[in-house]
Design a protein around this ligand. Structure first.
Ligand SMILES: Cc1cc2nc3c(=O)[nH]c(=O)nc-3n(C[C@H](O)[C@H](O)[C@H](O)COP(=O)(O)OP(=O)(O)OC[C@H]3O[C@@H](n4cnc5c(N)ncnc54)[C@H](O)[C@@H]3O)c2cc1C
Length: 297
């Protein structure tokens, strides 16, 4: 019986592992198919305190090494299901093995939906982004496009309108889905142009993005494309056990889920911001909640 099994090895899971090891607990971290999590995909992180600029994979490898050096055990498997069993839980992984734990931390993150158009993969990190907070500053004074029509897309467009020279908000319908107050704010911005009934057929570029081609054939010159068409939290293995909120995230109260003994941290929670430093903070809080639950704090 393990005291703690952490599911996910992104910033939330690894930070929890660091805190738990330093409290004398030996956590088992099940890494999933992306050891290191989402930040492994990005070349340059400029908003993680302590590093003016660092490659995302380098930051996560450092964090994994730190957790391992302190005593966390890494398992390179993916969890398929968890169930309650006696005073704890059973955790099934892809190889067919089963782990047992008194407590579980779910830190499985989320995946941003892709457009699936030509050029999207090729220009990822070269102008194509899913995070205005992370990459907006790189487009200072230049034209950019935001794709989507919900609250997230409008929030991203509002934020970027203070940085970019012009924001094209590309939406497949003729009205925005965002809340009315958000719609009013974005429509009042003089440097935002809504392009209605439009989808992106192709993202064009050389070394970086230079333009997008719409379904109408129209080409718009932009230096960056911010995609905000939705996020899928990684909850499939736990959907029948813990409560999810209306958006499909794991419902949490200070990192506690609906099931005593199961905790949650990071992008798989419905948080207002999806940032590495915030995921780290939630991982820290979850670790301390687990220590209280185990009676060692
Ligand atoms: C391209 C890109 C660039 C970004 N740039 C920045 C930036 O510059 N600054 C910033 O602060 N934030 C940035 N972010 C956001 C940041 O990466 C996330 O907020 C952060 O990674 C969230 O951490 P997390 O631990 O909650 O989840 P994740 O990083 O998503 O990690 C989830 C982990 O869970 C594992 N997992 C999933 N399902 C299972 C399963 N069934 N069993 C076992 N393991 C599982 C995965 O393998 C992974 O290890 C960026 C995100 C992306 C996609």
């Amino acid at each position: 019986m393990n005291d703690v099994v952490i599911i996910g090895s992104g910033m939330a899971g690894l930070t929890a592992a660091i805190y738990l090891t330093r409290s004398g607990v030996v956590p088992v971290v099940i890494c999933g198919d992306t050891p290191g999590g989402q930040l492994m995909q990005t070349d340059n992180v400029e908003n993680y305190p302590g590093f003016a600029s660092i490659n995302g994979a380098e930051l996560m490898i450092k964090t994994m090494n730190q957790a391992e050096k302190l005593g966390a055990k890494m398992i390179y498997e993916t969890v398929t299901q968890i169930q309650s069993a006696g005073n704890g839980f059973e955790i099934d992984v892809t190889s067919g093995d089963q782990l047992r734990a008194k407590t579980i931390l779910i830190a499985t993150g989320a995946t941003h939906k892709r457009l699936g158009c030509k050029g999207e993969a090729e220009f990822t990190n070269k102008g194509v982004s899913w995070c205005a907070t992370c990459d907006g500053a790189l487009s200072k004074g230049k034209p950019i496009a935001v794709i989507g029509g919900g609250n997230t897309a409008v929030m991203e467009a509002l934020f970027l309108s203070n940085i970019a020279s012009k924001v094209y908000l590309i939406h497949r319908r003729d009205t925005l889905r965002a809340d009315e107050i958000m719609q009013r704010r974005i429509l009042a911005k003089s440097n935002v142009e809504c392009v209605w009934n439009a989808t992106v057929d192709e993202i064009i570029g050389d070394t970086n993005v230079t333009a997008i081609k719409l379904n109408s054939g129209k080409i718009i010159d932009v230096v960056a494309v911010f995609i905000a068409i939705g996020v899928t939290p990684a909850t499939d293995f736990v959907e029948n056990l813990v409560s999810l909120d209306k958006d499909g995230y794991i419902a949490s109260n200070e990192t506690k889920t609906s099931v005593p003994g199961i905790f949650v941290a990071g992008d798989v929670e419905n948080c207002l911001t999806k940032q590495a430093v915030y995921a780290a903070g939630r991982g820290c809080l979850a670790a301390q909640q687990i220590e209280r639950y185990l009676g060692i704090r």
